[in-house]
Write a protein that binds this ligand. Sequence first.
Ligand SMILES: [Zn+2]
Length: 238
Amino acid sequence: MSGKFGEWLFGKWGPLEKAAGEWIKDVVWPEGAFCCACGRVTKGGGLCDACRESLLHDGAFFAWERDDPEPGLTAWSLRPHDGVPRELIHRLKYQAEARAAGLLSELLTPLPPDISFPQETVVTWVTMPESRRRERCIDHGRLLAETFAKKLGLDCRQLLDRRDRHEKSQATLGAAQRTANLTGAFAPKEKISFPVLIVDDVRTTGTTLCRCAEALRAGGAEELYALTVTAPHRGLSG
Ligand SMILES: [Zn+2]
């Protein structure tokens, strides 16, 4: 706290006033930021040391796993769906904390040596129903795709239209219902003659990715990749 402000607030400095001033300053203008995952005060940056540490996997910020949901769709996930990544997704999706997208994009680097995308790859996202986008006040899929594309040095744009109707949230449904719920939900927005990378937050059964891939193929896409931040631990997915 500057001396002038302290003098204005408390007059002549005494130890008690000084302590009170520091306390007020910490509450109103904390020195660091708050950790996006656990809410503790950090020394700066979006994550506290403990949360950042928990993201390390064999010394790097990733635990990449490849698990293709269908032939012709190469799908990667960065982390199992738990801990800090799950919390960051929750903050982004349900609490509209946009900075979580940037923190999650840190998990992308360094890319493992066996994963690379052609330079002409266009990144896109799972288009959200308009009603849900308005309800949540954030388009988390788009934000993730744009942040990730920037990190990967690739172009990013909306390639899928979504029929706006009363869909149930996929999270509440079983595998068979998920397929029925999304049948015909997506349509290509343009003719696609380039590789496409679909970026999404969570992959559960892979149904959403397959429905998006189907629509992109209908638009002409031949080379398809998917990248989700998290996926269930192997053996737990439905
Ligand atoms: Zn934390």
